[in-house]
Design a protein around this ligand. Structure first.
Ligand code: NAD
Length: 256
């Protein structure tokens, strides 16, 4: 097998908060195969946690990005255009919902919380696809992250399950939309992993325990395992694959 699957590939990674982030697992897998990285951080507060990781990963570009702030994504894409002139891949590894709405049963979710969850966790992917498209003139690959709570009513996942269902549907429609330009769009659905975002879910420890029991081998996924799935999707190994939802959950999704 080619030992440098990502040689010459320029990849934007959005969603590293710290060394536990799924996006960090992806970045490590891609870097190990020769990818050149643009890494973003949410804001000044987050920067000090992300910067050492970006340095370790020898990121060529390190830029702020809060997708809820108008103009910030344009600045990131503008910097990529100026520095690289091309983009081959993009990882969208972000989600957000106000805690009171995340913890509420779906019938109690506020309109404001619903719209914010949809905007940051789903619409931002559509917007990234739109802005990345002109830079993907050599073809490209886009991925995002969903969860089983999109397809099933998982306890305590609430409005985030609705946002993830929309994200998965967006993946399929974007795959058709961008296919003619040789841009592929896929979704990875990891099992539960203890990260900062996940810690906002009510009773997340119980969810972890339940997932471990439900998995086929008694294991939970790691960010390295998810990173390897991302490597498959971002590299030419998956050249014929678009519009898919790929589970990395040790078989929880098929266990009854
Ligand atoms: P994480 O906390 O490490 O990452 C979430 C990221 O979202 C952070 O980097 C945060 O800065 C970013 N973010 C939030 N609001 C943002 C905004 N307005 N603009 C830009 N970035 C913003 O947690 P994670 O678990 O690595 O989450 C990554 C993705 O994986 C999310 O989509 C999450 O829903 C998904 N996921 C996680 C699990 C799990 O169990 N951890 C399972 C399935 C799917």
């Amino acid at each position: 097998m080619n030992s440098q699957l990502m040689q010459g590939k320029k990849i934007l990674i959005v969603g590293i908060a710290n060394e536990h982030s799924i996006a960090y697992g992806c970045a490590k897998a891609l870097k190990a195969q020769g990818a050149e990285l643009c890494i973003t951080y949410l804001n000044e507060k987050a920067k000090r946690f992300v910067e050492p990781l970006a340095q370790e990963l020898e990121a060529e570009l390190f830029l702020p990005l809060d997708v809820s702030k108008p103009g910030e994504l344009e600045l990131v894409m503008g910097s990529i255009k100026e520095a690289w002139g091309v983009l081959h891949g993009l990882i969208h590894s972000i989600a957000f919902c106000p805690l009171e709405d995340l913890h509420a049963p779906i019938s109690q979710c506020s309109r404001e919380g619903f719209l914010q969850a949809m905007d940051i966790s789903c619409y931002s992917f559509i917007e990234m696809a739109r802005q990345a498209k002109p830079l993907m003139n050599e073809g490209g690959s886009l991925i995002n992250f969903s969860y089983l709570g999109s397809a099933m009513a998982v306890e305590d996942y609430n409005v985030m399950g609705v946002a993830k269902a929309a994200l998965e549907a967006s993946t399929r429609y974007l795959a058709r939309d961008l296919g003619p330009q040789k841009v592929r769009v896929n979704c990875i659905s990891p099992g539960t992993i203890p990260t900062r975002a996940a810690s906002g879910i009510k009773d997340f420890d119980a969810m972890l325990e339940h997932n471990q029991e439900m998995s086929c081998d008694g294991q939970l996924p790691t960010i390295e395992e998810v990173g390897n799935a991302a490597l498959y999707y971002l590299s030419d190994l998956s050249k014929g694959v678009t519009g898919t939802i790929h589970y990395v959950d040790h078989g929880v999704c098929i266990s009854g």
